[in-house]
Each structure stands twice: as structure tokens, then as C-alpha cells.
Design a protein around this ligand. Structure first.
Ligand SMILES: Cc1ncc(COP(=O)(O)O)c(C=O)c1O
Length: 455
């Protein structure tokens, strides 16, 4: 078959060549063929540029010149595994450790791996090896990866209605799901004391709990940041039961929230930190950072070998990412632009509620920190219910009418999760808010027959 460049044909060919389990954005409206990227823009086969508000992997920006240069130079010189010594490998590990809070820098060690899933998989193995325990606590709606072990840490997947088709028990035997603390609704018994289920679990599984896994800022759950003191109290309870505390920073790490790590906002010290997506600006690179005593446990078992983990080219990319984050002061940039974006979104929320209460879709909530922002869409301002269909229509219109790429997440798929490349600026924030305003004002009352947009 001759491979096409025409979107619909390419989509049909993709479906013939691979499994329908792999989804394609905008499949029902007009799938995109993206052939180039620059900064926070993606460019399709016809030369149309799209503002990218959703890709957090090209952390500095698509095809950032510093990363391109570093990768080109390294791939033309050497790319091999970590069995041989190489200064770039050490340099990256050293620099990564300097991003940690000062008290941890000398105490932690690094494992370089290829993906966030691999990092969490290794974190689970480390926690079990170190504690000798098997049970794991996770937050509802969390996602920690696509491997068999990390799916079992991910209620987002194992509580999905179609998970049973995989023939696996749900919940998995050793996994315990805790309510999302800030999602507690009036009447929910966890509202008064969101820690009660965790304390109960710790009593029940004392010395049998290997770890609590948390995303320091939950992403697919729809940008949920823990309420003040929740992590502090949760970590204390888990440690008292003999377990370790793992912070998954795959989405939030390396400055997205304006601090190197989102756990810093909660003023806690994790025992294990996992990193992924932003580390290599698109090159496969991820990491586990943990206390050296925990890292040493693994050395008691068989050799840990990872063919591609810490390969020379990915390390060169990772180093360029860390250098550029510092040189361009991108953490402060994320704080500044994120605050501006959230303020504009809150103003839009208020003005639509006051001036156009009759609209079929409103902004229910704006939350987040830095360039990690969630915008919830609801049907009514007085009696809010999730505006799932309207949110989906909104995303389609943003892509078709305004050339802006967005994504929806959360239990009701009604929260726009904004996590753009870190070069996203005030201009782009304003462009997004203007387009949102226009499309909310133009939202049809009757959305019957409007196809959902899987994103
Ligand atoms: C919080 C979190 N952890 C882990 C992963 C898995 O990372 P990867 O897809 O690189 O394996 C993801 C991916 O979306 C994630 O959002």
C-alpha cells in the first residue's frame, strides 16, 4: 500500500496497520497530520500552524534549538548504553540532583530509564524490595503508566468499565484506592477528614504497605492539587505503617508548576521521585530519584540492566533541557504566565456568568499552578453539572476555527487540561482566552448529533 498524506486516508491506513486501542485526536472531526513543530506551535501537512496547549513532552518547545544541537552532535559521535563510562551520563545525574531541595541533594541517587511508566515500575520494585511489603495505596483517578505493573497502580485504567476485557482483577490484588482529597463533595464522608480512609488502610496493613504513590499534581484526574497539609499528614501515616512515599512528577516535574517539583508546594519530602515526559524534550528519557539506601536495595538483587536507559543521546538531550531551563529562567516564566492565564480565565468565568447566564456552557472552576492549569466546564452556573458534550464541542471548534489544540480530562471529560510547552507566553495565553470566549458565546444550545471528540 502506498502511504498517503491525506488525513482521512492516513487515518484509515493507520487503523488497518495497527490496533484500534491506539487513539487519534480529532478522529471524528478531522484528524491532523502533523509534520513539523516549532516553539509552542505544531504545523500540519498543509502548512497550517496550531497553537499547542497540551503537549508537555517538548518541555522547552517543539524542536528547541539547544536540544536539536545537542542531539545532532551526540548522535553523530556516539550512542551507546550505560555499561561504559561517559561524562554526559554523570553530568546529567549530577545536574538532576541539584534540582532537588538542598537537604536531599547529597542523599539521593539517580536511575535513568526511558519512560514515565518504566520509572514508576522501578519505583514500585524499589519500594517493595526496601520494605519487604507488597500492598500499595493510590489515589482515585490516578495514572502511573502503561506497563502491566503500573496499570495496576492506575485507577484511571483499572476502574475503567472496559478494564475487565483485559482479564485482570479490578482492583488489582495489592492495590488500595483512596478518594481524591479535594474531590470530596458535600455529603461525602471523606469531606470532614479526607485522611480517614488512608489511616484506616495503614491500621489494616501495618508493616504490609510498601508505598503510597501520588501524582504531586494529578493530571488525568483533571489538575487536582492536594489541599494544604494533606500530603504531610498522608506521608506521616504511611511512614508510620512502614511504607514509602512516592511522588510521581512525570507531568509536573522540572518546573511546570513554577518550582522544580510540585511536591515542594506541599512542603513534603518523598522517598522516591519519578520523572519522565519533560526530561528529554521528546527524546525517551525518564528517571527515578531516591534515597541512596533505597537505591542500594536493588543492588542486593540481580543486576539491573536497561538497554536504552541513560543512552548517550538521550542524556545529551536531558542535559540541554536542564541547562536551558536555568539559562532562560523558565520556572519564573511558568509562574508569571500561569498566573496571567488563570487570572484571565477567572475574569472570563465571572463575566460570562454575570452577562450571559443563559449560555449552555460555563466555566465552573479554574485551578492549577504555573503552566499546569485546569478549566472545568459545566452546564449551569447555579446548579453545575459536567458539560461533557459541550466541552468536547468546544475543543473541536478551537481546533477548527482558531487552530488551537487542547485536551480534556477528568472523570467526566469536562476539564480542559492546559500544560503547554514552557515557551507558552502571555500572547499565547491571551489568544487561548479570546478563542474560548468566542466559542463559549457561540455554543449551540442543542448539541444533539454533535460527535464527541476523543482527545
Ligand atoms: C502522571 C503520569 N505518570 C506516568 C505516566 C507514564 O509515562 P509514559 O507514558 O512516559 O510511560 C504518565 C503518562 O501520561 C503520567 O501522566
Amino acid at each position: 500500500m502506498e502511504i498517503s498524506h491525506e488525513p482521512q486516508r492516513l487515518h484509515a491506513q493507520r487503523r488497518a496497520l495497527t490496533s484500534a486501542a491506539l487513539s487519534v485526536s480529532y478522529a471524528t472531526s478531522a484528524p491532523l497530520v502533523i509534520i513539523r513543530g516549532t516553539g509552542c506551535y505544531l504545523i500540519d501537512h498543509a502548512g497550517q500552524a496550531y497553537l499547542d496547549t497540551r503537549n508537555n513532552v517538548p518541555h522547552l518547545g517543539h524542536c528547541h534549538p539547544a536540544v536539536v544541537r545537542a542531539v545532532q552532535q551526540q548522535v553523530a559521535t556516539l550512542n551507546t548504553n550505560s555499561r561504559y563510562l561517559h561524562p554526559t551520563y554523570n553530568d546529567l545525574c549530577q545536574r538532576l540532583l541539584t534540582t532537588l531541595p538542598p537537604a536531599l541533594r547529597d542523599q539521593y541517587v539517580v536511575f535513568l530509564v526511558n519512560s514515565g511508566s518504566e520509572a514508576n515500575d522501578l519505583a514500585l520494585r524499589l519500594a517493595r524490595a526496601h520494605t519487604g511489603a507488597q500492598h500499595v495505596a493510590v489515589l482515585d483517578h490516578a495514572y502511573h503508566g502503561n506497563t502491566t505493573a503500573t496499570l495496576e497502580l492506575s485507577p484511571y485504567k483499572f476502574l475503567h468499565p472496559r478494564y475487565s476485557a483485559l482479564g485482570q482483577p479490578s482492583p488489582p490484588t495489592h492495590t488500595h484506592v483512596l478518594p481524591v482529597p479535594s474531590a470530596a463533595r458535600p455529603g461525602d464522608p471523606t469531606r470532614a477528614d479526607p485522611l480517614r480512609p488512608l489511616r484506616h488502610l495503614c491500621d489494616q496493613y501495618d508493616r504490609q504497605l510498601a508505598a503510597l504513590f501520588v501524582e504531586s499534581g494529578m493530571s488525568v484526574a483533571s489538575v487536582i492539587l492536594p489541599p494544604p497539609h494533606y500530603f504531610q499528614a498522608a506521608f506521616a501515616a504511611v511512614r508510620a505503617a512502614g511504607g514509602l512515599c512516592v511522588c510521581d512528577e512525570v507531568q509536573t516535574g522540572l518546573g511546570r508548576t513554577g518550582a522544580w517539583y510540585a511536591f515542594e508546594w506541599a512542603d513534603v519530602t518523598p522517598d522516591i521521585i519519578t520523572l519522565g515526559k519533560p526530561m528529554g524534550n521528546g527524546m525517551p528519557l525518564a528517571a527515578v530519584l531516591c534515597h541512596r539506601d533505597i537505591g542500594a536495595t536493588l543492588a542486593r538483587g540481580p543486576e539491573y540492566f536497561n538497554t536504552f536507559g541513560g543512552n548517550t543521546v538521550s542524556c545529551a538531550a536531558g542535559l540541554a533541557v536542564l541547562e536551558t531551563l536555568e539559562a532562560d529562567n523558565l520556572l519564573a516564566h511558568a509562574t508569571r504566565v500561569g498566573a496571567h492565564l488563570m487570572s484571565c480565565l477567572c475574569k472570563l468565568q465571572a463575566s460570562l456568568a454575570q452577562q450571559h447566564p443563559e449560555l449552555p456552557c460555563h466555566i465552573g472552576d479554574v485551578r492549577g499552578r504555573g503552566l499546569f492549569v485546569g478549566v472545568e466546564f459545566v452546564t449551569h452556573i447555579q446548579h453545575p453539572t459536567p458539560a461533557t458534550q459541550a466541552a468536547s464541542h468546544l475543543c473541536t471548534q478551537l481546533r477548527l476555527q482558531h487552530h488551537i489544540l487542547t485536551s480534556l480530562d477528568g472523570p467526566h471529560d469536562n476539564v480542559m487540561v492546559i500544560k503547554p510547552p514552557m515557551c507558552f507566553g502571555i500572547r499565547e495565553a491571551n489568544q487561548l482566552v479570546r478563542a474560548l470566549r468566542a466559542e463559549l458565546l457561540a455554543m449551540p444550545v442543542d448539541l444533539t448529533g454533535v460527535a464527541p471528540t476523543p482527545t
